[in-house]
Design a protein around this ligand. Structure first.
Ligand code: SF4
Length: 433
């Protein structure tokens, strides 16, 4: 299926007898003929997250074709490259990773998904650990709440160093219109989980969305300032909203309160289209102030400069409370264990040494440190069983059979989850997500 020029005429050839290749059959990209070592590495800015795009070369792969979310109203979701979601599985992905590593001798991967699906990222991370692959990787995501603190720790353990995702306009009214499926509070919590796990975060930021007011632009800027100041965002970029032909906004501008102005056909393509917004904000005025302030925030400076100082015209004062983001992070609900949660141990198996009077010692030898826990023998044996059972080398378990086993053998599972031994295990790699 393609457009070709035949005798000066552009024609669409659609051989419907030939089916699209399923993603699992497209094969592994072959870099073997490229002089990979001769490519230039460019450091555009010193910011360690921002420079990932240009510094060094990353092997490109995708976890899925299209986007698993497929709802954002500014996005070309009616087109095949976004709208047709087709994931592959972790095993095929790791086969491709291993093949490319053998081909190129490099172990850095950039998964260039539109938005990588969290469940598949989880499976990929486990498969990487199981195969003992030493890789570093990063990808695009949506800041959804399934990226819990523990899932982020698992991703980090598998080599994930960075994620980039759309915060778009940091305003709950506009995020709802965009159908992003997240709130600013959720983004703050999720970016905090990534950062705490040691994964850098880049945010795609947007201004000029239909019906956006000057107040919302300034409030969004203040949210971004706070996210950087508290340290849960490391990098970002402000994009001016562009109405594209195949997005829900472009397909039905009136439904979003704006009017398309240019209905003529472009000579090459009609991608970005002109529109008028009755709210009438001149969004171009904000571009330089947003850019300059963000550049400073990315370098860890300028947080104390009043927002109005970034602009050479009068702006409204922000309505966002000074510690809004901090409160959203601090007030995040603590994790509640549910039977359907998955449980996984990403550490090494401990050695059980019997001690005196019905006690034992579990000795853990880790990459970073060795430590030991002294426990009653019965509990020590159960912990030993648990860690072998839910090890990353085994199939993934839900919490239900583990809880049932503990309750049949030793007592109240809730008491265990509130105990010091549970806390120590959690700290050293017992993950529940
Ligand atoms: S903007 Fe991103 S998350 Fe939203 S539909 Fe498009 S690709 Fe998916």
């Amino acid at each position: 299926r393609t457009f070709v020029r035949i005798d000066g005429q552009v024609k669409f050839l659609n051989n419907s007898a030939v089916k699209d290749l399923p993603q699992r059959e497209v094969g592994t990209p072959d870099y073997s003929d490229l002089p990979l070592r001769d490519y230039l590495s460019v450091i555009e800015v010193a910011n360690p997250m921002h420079r990932l795009w240009s510094d060094g070369r990353w092997n490109k792969l995708t976890l899925a074709h299209g986007c698993y979310w497929g709802k954002c109203t500014f996005c070309d979701i009616s087109l095949d490259y976004i709208g047709r979601y087709e994931p592959i599985n972790a095993s095929i992905l790791c086969d491709r990773i291993e093949e490319i590593m053998a081909q190129t001798g490099t172990n850095g991967f950039h998964f260039v998904d539109e938005a990588a699906p969290p469940a598949l990222m989880r499976d990929l991370a486990i498969e990487i650990l199981r195969r003992g692959l030493v890789v570093v990787w990063w990808t695009n995501i949506r800041f959804e709440s399934s990226f819990t603190a523990d899932l982020c720790r698992l991703l980090r353990a598998s080599g994930c160093i960075a994620v980039s995702g759309g915060l778009e306009v940091a305003s709950d009214r506009l995020l709802a219109l965009i159908k992003k499926g997240v709130t600013v509070a959720q983004v703050a919590q999720v970016t905090n989980h990534f950062t705490a796990a040691g994964i850098m975060v880049h945010a795609y930021l947007m201004y000029g969305y239909p019906t956006q007011t000057a107040q919302e632009t300034i409030d969004s800027m203040e949210m971004v300032r706070q996210l950087f100041e508290i340290g849960v965002l490391q990098s970002g970029f402000w994009h001016r909203f562009a109405m594209t032909e195949h997005s829900p906004v472009g397909l039905d501008p009136m439904a979003f309160g704006v009017k398309r102005t240019d209905l003529t056909l472009g000579s090459f393509a009609n991608n970005e289209v002109d529109f008028v917004d009755p709210i009438g904000v001149d969004h171009g005025l904000f571009s330089e102030g947003l850019r300059k302030s963000l550049f400073n925030y990315m370098h860890g400076v300028g947080f104390d400069i009043p927002l109005k100082n970034w602009f050479d015209f009068k702006i409204p004062a922000t309505t966002i409370p000074k510690k809004y983001i901090q409160h959203q992070i601090e007030n995040a609900a603590p994790p509640v264990y549910k039977d359907q949660n998955r449980i996984l141990w990403i550490g090494a198996q401990p050695e059980l040494m019997e001690a005196e009077e019905g006690f034992c010692e579990l000795i853990f030898s880790g990459k970073k440190e060795d430590f030991a826990i002294e426990l009653p023998l019965e509990l020590g044996e159960w912990v030993s069983w648990l860690l072998a059972k839910v090890s990353y080398t085994e199939t993934l378990h839900t919490l239900k059979p583990i809880r049932e086993n503990y309750e049949a053998e030793l007592g109240d599972f809730e008491e265990l989850t509130e105990s010091e031994v549970w806390e120590i295990l959690r700290e050293h790699g017992l993950l529940v997500f």
